[in-house]
Design a protein around this ligand. Structure first.
Ligand code: FES
Length: 126
């Protein structure tokens, strides 16, 4: 079988509601991952495109996070409403959605200006 053309990792990490880094899936429902999986199925993109549940992708402050490999695209602030256009534009069309793209300067950067100790909505300490 050929390699995946797109392997979509949807962060489903759940932490306590007061965790300073927040969670991509605070209610543990896997709703975003399920929506992505359903869209891939609806578009008949399997088996070359696969949507998987992932643990923390270490970009928590930008969550909910979706990573697409082998392209190495990281999207942040992803909602269920974004799923169809991620599949249509990025997976099928090969286009980057600039409004969702986590800036290169922010990826794996502990000095990222978005890391200020508290994610919007979170209340806990370090
Ligand atoms: S909790 Fe989703 S990237 Fe860390």
């Amino acid at each position: 079988m050929p390699a995946f053309t797109h392997h979509i990792f949807v962060c489903c990490n759940q932490r306590s509601t007061d965790h300073r880094r927040g969670s991509c899936d605070p209610d543990g429902s896997d709703a975003l991952r399920n929506a992505m999986k359903d869209e891939v199925k609806r578009r008949n993109l399997a088996p070359l495109v696969r949507a998987n549940k992932a643990g923390c992708l270490e970009q928590c402050e930008h969550g909910p996070v979706v990573a697409i490999y082998p392209q190495g695209i990281f999207y942040g602030g992803v909602t269920i409403d974004d799923v169809p256009r991620i599949v249509e534009e990025t997976v099928v069309g090969g286009r980057i959605l600039e409004d969702l793209l986590i800036a290169e300067d922010c990826l794996n950067n502990r000095d990222c200006p978005h890391i200020r100790g508290v994610r919007p909505g979170a209340t806990g300490g370090v």
